[in-house]
Write a protein that binds this ligand. Structure first.
Ligand code: N01
Length: 554
């Protein structure tokens, strides 16, 4: 294999760099590291002025990861988890950001990253099997491999409410939170949205603001996280068992090393099911979802409804006012058919405070912003500040924003008009040498993300090594393999309860977006096996070849 790492100059075969990676979050950093280790010359473009990706942008009060810290990190380098120590069971945003900054320094990654550089376009050239990537500064760089590491939840979605321009208060989106501290103490604050983000924000800011008004459209099933500091003994235990922890996480449906108590509820009495759920409720977090095998929870309507009812009762117990409690109880979708959020600081109890109130915008829709606040169908709310916790144009938004043009001048936007079409979420027919880390139709957001990211990065790195060794310079998913993969993903989703929720998993949160279930719901363990088999079969379902120019020269 050629060692291509070069000084500033160009590459022997006419490209400027071997690989361009977009994004310097968990995926981009590891991709850069792996390819550099393989001797490739890699350039990373990052829009922010620091590494961190999601954890750079999402710095709203209360931002924390719902995956447990000891598994929300890289597993590929033992030294990294020997040297780093998390302070709490669930890591807070500043600590995750610090971790990624530390990794970037520890692996000397920064020298290959162009910060504050937005990629505005990428075009494929068939003759040379290369991509030309353009940045907002007008830089154009030619590369063999073009790898997106832009994250699944990185293009914020803000509803287009009438009158926002005339609103005289301050407003923020949680995913673009200012770097300076925002002082709520004297403010009447409104927050729109009660997804994972809204719930974290509300728990944190309820009681800190003079008054907090929560505008809720759909109530959610929030399960207690049971956060706490990690003590030295516990940490020692984690370190001593890391090999086993990683092996179990890799070999699991959700990328988490948790055992489930029961495969199904078959043969269990209601009292036994309740006892299991109660124990798991005390453990908290995603361990609750593992009371039963998560795939069963998401495909057995009766078991799911039993669990949903268990949570509804728990919500009612926590909220003093029965009318408010009923508004907070979800009834329109099965448990976990939308991403289940975590409750860190007594989310439901926040609504027992006099300085927090709940507005059900299903009953009384938001009509518009006024100069003083928000007008719903029933009332005007005077607000000094409004926070949009309204989520993301998920899974495809950030990819399509790159303005990617593939073979024959077809854009990715055109190709995905009826929803994303990929093979394994890694490649797309018509877009050779484009690899999409955690792309649509891969497990991504249905897992503990670092596990899914590492699997993708390693698969891509191995694929590139194979190409370099075998003398290929072009790889492209075939139309047939892609069609089958899309059909397979859709079929799996239709047989699960996901289809019963209007979620961002299906693009239902963004008006006008094509609605199709986007992540691969068959489990990270099964997905990994499929990807490994495809690699062993010399990339079955992909066309491997040489650039037209190279073929002609032969
Ligand atoms: O976004 P969301 P999020 N009028 O789309 C409401 C990850 N995450 O940022 O449900 C009124 O889930 C919308 O209402 P509805 C995690 O994967 C991870 O909270 O569509 N309301 C909903 O309540 C998560 O799932 C962590 O009816 C409107 C909310 O806004 C994903 O990010 C932490 C509205 C949006 O919820 C996204 O979560 C936080 C309108 N016009 C987040 N439009 C970790 O732990 C939207 N809403 C890693």
């Amino acid at each position: 294999m050629s060692n291509r790492e070069t000084d500033a100059g160009g590459q022997g075969d006419g490209v400027d760099v071997d690989a361009v990676v977009i994004g310097a979050g968990f995926s981009g950093l590891y991709m850069l590291h792996r390819l550099r280790e393989q001797g490739l010359d890699v350039r990373v473009y990052e829009k922010g002025d620091e590494v961190g990706g999601t954890w750079y942008w999402n710095r709203y009060p209360g931002a924390r990861c719902d995956s447990e810290s000891h598994i929300y990190c890289y597993s590929f380098d033992e030294a990294l988890h020997e040297e780093w120590e998390w302070s709490e069971r669930y890591p807070e945003q500043p600590e995750i950001l610090e971790y990624l900054q530390w990794v970037a320094d520890r692996l000397d990654l920064r020298r290959s990253i162009a910060f504050e550089t937005e990629v505005t376009g990428a075009t494929y050239d068939e003759e040379t099997a290369s991509w030309t990537v353009e940045t907002a500064d007008g830089e154009r760089v030619r590369t063999r491999y073009f790898i997106t590491a832009v994250g699944c939840l990185s293009k914020p979605y803000r509803p287009d409410f009438e009158g926002l321009d005339d609103y005289e208060g301050e407003w923020y989106h949680t995913a673009r939170w200012p770097h300076e501290e925002v002082d709520f103490s004297d403010e009447h604050v409104g927050v729109i949205g009660t997804g994972s983000t809204g719930i974290q924000f509300i728990s944190e800011v309820g009681g800190r603001a003079k008054h907090l008004t929560v505008f809720q459209r759909t109530p959610n099933y929030a399960v207690p996280a049971r956060n706490r500091p990690l003590d030295a003994d516990e940490y020692e235990d984690i370190r001593a068992n890391y090999d086993d922890i990683w092996e179990r996480a890799r070999d699991s449906r959700l990328g988490m090393p948790f055992d489930h108590d029961h495969q199904t509820d078959f043969g269990l009495s209601d009292a036994e099911i309740r006892e299991t759920l109660e124990e798991r409720w005390q453990q908290g977090g995603f361990r609750f979802l593992h009371a039963f095998e998560p795939g069963t929870v998401l495909s057995d309507p009766e078991l799911n409804e039993f669990i949903a009812e268990f949570i509804r009762e728990k919500i009612r117990e926590q909220v003093d006012d029965p009318e408010t409690a009923e508004k907070l109880v979800p009834t329109d979708h099965p448990y976990a058919a939308k991403r289940p959020p975590m409750d860190y600081d007594g989310y439901y109890e926040t609504f027992n405070r006099d300085d927090v109130s709940l507005v059900d915008v299903n009953e009384s829709p938001i009509e518009r912003f006024t100069p003083d606040g928000i007008r719903t169908a029933d009332a005007d709310y005077d607000l000094d500040m409004v926070v949009f916790a309204t989520g993301f144009d998920a899974m495809t938004g950030a990819l399509l924003a790159l303005d990617i043009e593939g073979r024959g001048g077809q854009t990715l936007e055109e190709k995905w008009e009826a929803g994303p079409h990929t093979y394994l979420g890694l490649g797309t027919n018509g877009f050779p040498n484009l690899f999409t880390i955690t792309g649509p139709q891969s497990p991504s957001v249905l897992t503990n993300m670092p596990m899914a990211i590492e699997q993708h990065v390693e698969w891509i790195a191995d694929c590139i090594e194979f190409m370099e060794t075998e003398g290929y310079d072009r790889i492209e998913a075939t139309e047939d393999a892609e069609a089958q993969w899309v059909q397979n993903t859709n079929m799996l989703a239709e047989n699960m309860l996901f289809s019963e929720a209007k979620s961002w998993y299906r693009g239902a949160n963004v008006p006008g977006k094509t609605q199709v279930f986007t992540p691969f719901p068959g489990g990270l363990d099964n997905y990994r096996e499929i990807c490994d088999r495809i690699a062993r079969d010399e990339y079955d379902g992909f066309d491997l070849g040489r650039a037209t120019a190279a073929t002609t020269a032969d």
